[in-house]
Write a protein that binds this ligand. Structure first.
Ligand SMILES: [Ca+2]
Length: 496
């Protein structure tokens, strides 16, 4: 059953479900009960967000029924340990196929469409806006102050928490310290990850070391913490440790993947993740610390690491599975090790999940994500309660160099419906049976197409989503996308 978030919000406001255990006391319906006198110690949360990592780029089998969901060349032994210690989400999604919107959504618990944050910062003008078939809608181009980020929510309700954001921010808006984080690397973008330090590729070890020192400092002070490590790896340009590169250059390639430099970057990133996991263990806080791992979007095969999105169609900057389905792992207290969930989850579910872990009940009814706690406690089974029983991914803009053009998708049950705005074409897939999105089912299920299309349109209207509109001055002969026509056609290809 879907419980509207306003009911939860109102219940909490009326004190029906208020309890606050972590601060060393219990208050149920206004009655103060004796609790442990110990100072607040958590739970701690470490959210690791990596950049442009394909669903099949790691050595973790993201779906135990799909061999291509793990790389046959890349190695990520620490992620394997994380998966053994926690839960894999087969259908884990990044909120958007592009960096900045995905990040803003994770911070705020709302979809990029609702935020009107539907493209990366800085991509606002240029000829793509005047010469394409469709005119892109405006987007907000930065995280605005009136959104309550997860760090701000924590500070409002659990002021004893320390908060930090290390690595890639890429949302402008004054940087992490303007949005609830005590410390950060500032308002960083892609550039900070391309400094070519031979012993610190993609700043992997810099980010990790700053994270480790900060954890040590807070554990020393007995302060609970929320830390976000936002890695620049594995976005272009490829960097890696020379020693790691040598190892992969000397390793036999797989049948699908054999890109030594990309594999080395992936391995170095994994080493950084392992350093954090080891530190958590060494400090004795494993039983009280959640570790989350996901990517902001899929990879683009333009770097020629073969298609590290596994068996998925498409790539970064598209709403095909390759653009949005992400490695998605959670380990921590109460999460049974080695488990796998087939429930569909999305990056903006993390906001209410973290809130629930911290005993924060009063989250805004505007939040679109649902807590994953129920699933995490029940070996991967259960349902996520969100305001809607579907997920919509809205990408009303272009990235011509990736063959990408304005579209929206809606997921409900096993179905996924695409809408392509240039032509108005709708495509229905059964994503459970056809993960590669090869066989459109429009003819078999016209009613499903109709119902999902209506739900998509109603939702976009409800949130006043920015929509692409017809360019009256469009001239096909001058279409800037002609140069990338082959990519676009490959994306749209239907198997006979
Ligand atoms: Ca990215």
């Amino acid at each position: 059953m879907i419980i509207p978030s306003w009911i939860i919000y109102m219940s909490c406001f009326l004190g029906i479900c208020s309890w606050h255990r972590m601060a060393g006391e219990s208050v149920i319906s206004g009655t103060r009960l004796p609790g442990p006198a110990k100072a607040a110690t958590g739970p701690n949360v470490i959210l690791i967000l990596v950049d442009d990592q394909g669903w099949g780029a790691t050595s973790v089998l993201m779906d135990d029924q799909i061999p291509e969901s793990a790389s046959d060349f890349n190695r990520t032994p620490n992620l394997e340990k994380l998966a053994e210690a926690g839960m894999r989400f087969v259908q884990g999604y990044a909120p958007h196929p592009n960096c900045s919107p995905s990040r803003a959504s994770i911070q705020t618990g709302k979809s990029p469409a609702k935020l009107h944050f539907t493209d990366i910062i800085g991509r606002v003008g240029g000829n793509e806006n005047t010469t394409n078939r469709l005119i892109r809608p405006r987007h907000i181009n930065g995280l605005v102050d009136n959104e309550v980020t997860i760090a701000e929510l924590i500070k409002q309700h659990r002021p004893e928490y320390a908060t930090a954001h290390f690595g890639k921010w890429h949302m402008k808006g004054g940087g992490p310290e303007n949005h609830g984080y005590d410390v950060s690397d500032g308002s960083t973008g892609n550039g900070e990850g391309n400094r070519k330090y031979p012993q610190n590729p993609k700043d992997i070890f810099g980010i990790t070391r700053r994270g480790i020192s900060w954890i040590e400092e807070n554990v020393e002070k007995n302060k609970p913490f929320f830390m976000m490590l936002a890695h620049y790896a594995t976005h272009k340009y490829i960097e890696n440790l020379p020693s790691t590169l040598k190892t992969f250059e000397e390793s036999p390639g797989g049948t699908r993947h054999d890109h030594a430099a990309h594999a080395a970057m992936t391995y170095d990133l994994d080493t950084g993740v392992g350093m954090i996991m080891d530190k958590v263990k060494e400090l004795g806080i494993s039983d009280n610390t959640y570790i989350i791992y996901l990517a902001d979007n899929g990879s683009f095969p333009g770097l020629n690491p073969a298609n590290t999105n596994g068996p998925l169609r498409g790539w970064k900057a598209t709403l095909w599975e390759g653009g949005i389905r992400s490695p998605f792992l959670i380990a921590g207290p109460g999460v049974k090790g080695g488990t796998l969930s087939r429930e569909r989850v999305v990056g903006y579910d993390l906001y209410p999940t973290i809130a629930e872990w911290l005993g924060i009940k009063a989250i805004s009814p505007e939040i679109e994500g649902g807590s994953l706690c129920n699933i995490l406690k029940n070996a991967g089974n259960g349902q996520v309660s969100r305001p809607h029983d579907f997920l919509v991914f809205h990408w009303p803009r272009y990235v011509l160099s990736k063959g990408s053009h304005p579209s929206t998708v809606i997921f409900r049950g096993d179905y996924k419906l695409h809408k392509f705005y240039e032509t108005g074409e709708l495509r229905l897939y059964n994503i459970k049976e056809d993960i590669g999105e090869n066989k459109p089912l429009n003819r078999e299920h016209p009613h499903v197409v109709e119902v999902l299309h209506q739900a998509m349109q109603d939702y976009l209207k409800e949130i006043d989503a920015g929509m692409p509109r017809v360019n009256a001055r469009y001239d096909e002969a001058k279409d800037p996308g002609r140069k990338f026509k082959d990519l676009k056609e490959a994306l749209m290809l239907v198997e006979k």
